[in-house]
Design a protein around this ligand. Structure first.
Ligand code: 4AD
Length: 487
């Protein structure tokens, strides 16, 4: 009995391209129609083929006997036009609803698209009340407005473009390192060190730890532990066995900042190379990573990037093209201070040798260099963390450290040669009272240690620079900053 029912069912399915079947209590239309992503449908040459798409309605227009829908499924910025006869059941079909549509892909008579879908069946999978929906049909909402809805903003064109760009940029970074022989290291998120020594740490303990039974040692890991501020020291461990390594992951800083370029949780790309005694090697690597990844992004995400350059930051594309064409500048910190002090610009923070460069100084220096990125090298020794290599120069004592400053954000990368000489490192650690904490780090210098160096690049700041996005919160799916952790 069961076999004959199944046979009948199969015959019915092959007789028609559409077969109603029951899943749970609901009737669905599964069909011989091929499920396809809208991006592939748009470039398909197989007109006349039966296809099935699933996505969200971006616009609905009714005309005589037809409904015209634009449907998006996240695979491309351009939606697919769907033409539905008004005799089809189109109840609940509104802007924002989720749909499952089968039909025939046909050559479009309209000029601005090559294909359209002639619908045979339209199912509204999830209704959307357009009155309550915070985004309105045909309105171009600002990034600032959509930021208020972190749970919904992926449904807007601008933010779905951003998310595709971000995903492609991450892939470009990984390809760059793979193509250049780097080994990816998954550095830990929980760590017992404060690499940067700036004390901007989030401590990690189990919730409700005040009830810990071990009053002598209440720490879960026996030692105080934190969310990582940088994977650098763990990458440095690997320079004892690999010539080039990188890591790319979430990084946390408890900075009490509401600035447009700081997040409490951001992604950092970090690389470390062995057998290098020159900042030039790091400079070349940073410039090459920036240019190669950006060229990849411009060619693989052209439509999405164009949306930003057209509507979010008009005129920015020319700036990006200039950045890609020109060699980045290199100046020393001392020269940078010179440029700043000689300028007639009124700075909030007075530039002086020995003080850190502020964002206003960084942006001025980029402007001074014609909006072309500029590397600033050899910072005052006392400004840099314990790991930075001593240049042993006089009278202005500097370290072999380098920052890359770029348009839109200022500092994009920070790096240095690392102090590989055990005696110098030991003295510096002792001076900072860190000898015990970093005994293992010092020990690395005793077993086949080599001169090495590396850098970190803020991934969200990179996206800000390429897209011309003013606020870093608009470059990450879920932004975290002091006093704000929505969702
Ligand atoms: O200059 P930083 O602090 O360097 C380090 O952490 C090194 N240990 C990296 C290394 O050598 N492996 O940070 C590197 C970059 C900055 O230039 C900036 O782009 C980004 O990380 N960054 C932030 N991005 C967003 N929000 C924050 N709060 C950031 N802090 C740093």
């Amino acid at each position: 009995m069961l076999i004959s029912t199944l046979t009948l069912f199969r015959r019915a399915a092959s007789a028609s391209w559409l077969c109603p079947c029951v899943i749970g209590s609901k009737q669905h239309y599964c069909s011989s129609a091929r499920k396809i992503r809208i991006r592939d449908a748009l470039s398909s040459l197989e007109t006349g083929s039966n296809i099935r798409i699933q996505g969200w309605v971006r616009s609905v227009r009714s005309q005589k006997n037809h409904l015209f829908l634009h449907v998006s499924d996240g695979s491309s910025l351009t939606p697919l036009q769907v033409v539905a006869n008004s005799d089809l059941n189109t109840r609940g079909l509104t802007f924002g609803c989720a749909v499952d549509i089968t039909g025939s892909l046909e050559k479009s008579p309209r000029q601005n698209q090559s294909v359209e879908l002639q619908a045979r069946h339209v199912e509204v999978v999830g209704e959307c009340n357009p009155v309550d929906f915070p985004f309105k049909i045909k309105e171009r909402h600002s990034l600032e407005y959509i930021r208020q809805f972190p749970h919904l903003r992926c449904r807007t064109n601008a933010f779905s473009s951003l998310l595709r760009i971000r995903s492609e940029a991450a892939a470009a970074v990984h390809s760059y390192f793979r193509d250049n022989g780097f080994v990816q290291i998954h550095t830990p998120i929980i760590t017992s060190n404060d690499c940067e020594g700036a004390g901007e740490l989030f401590q990690v303990e189990p919730a409700g730890n005040e009830h810990s039974l071990d009053k002598e040692n209440p720490h879960f890991f026996s030692v105080p532990s934190y969310l990582t501020v940088s994977g650098q020291l763990h990458l440095e461990v690997m320079t004892g066995a690999f010539p080039s390594v990188y890591t790319f992951g979430p990084t946390f800083r408890a900075e009490n900042s509401q600035s447009r370029r700081h997040l409490a949780e951001f992604y950092m790309v970090e690389a470390e190379i062995s057998f290098t005694e020159s900042l030039e090697d790091l400079i070349k690597l940073m410039e090459d990573l920036f240019k190669t990844s950006t060229e990849h992004l411009l060619s693989h995400c052209a439509e999405d990037v164009e949306l930003f350059h057209k509507y979010v930051s008009p005129g920015h594309r020319e700036k990006v093209d200039l950045i890609l064409k020109r060699n980045f500048h290199v100046i020393s910190y001392t020269e940078a201070i010179d440029i700043l002090t000689r300028s007639s610009q009124q700075f909030i923070f007075k530039p002086e040798w020995g003080s850190d460069l502020q964002t206003e100084h960084e942006k001025f220096l980029v402007k001074h260099c014609g909006e072309v990125p500029v590397f600033v090298t050899d910072y005052p020794y006392d400004l840099k963390p314990f790991y930075a290599r001593d240049n042993q120069d006089e009278p202005q004592h500097t370290a072999a450290a380098v920052d890359l400053l770029v348009p839109v954000v200022g500092e994009l990368c920070g790096g240095s040669l690392r102090e590989e000489r055990p005696e110098l490192l030991k003295t510096r650690l002792a001076r900072a009272g860190l000898e015990d904490t970093y005994a293992w780090y010092l020990q690395l210098r005793q077993f086949g240690s080599v001169p090495h160096g590396g850098f970190g690049m803020g991934f969200e700041r990179y996206l800000q620079c390429v897209l011309g996005v003013d606020n870093i919160k608009d470059t990450i799916p879920f932004a975290r900053s002091s006093r704000s952790c929505l969702l």
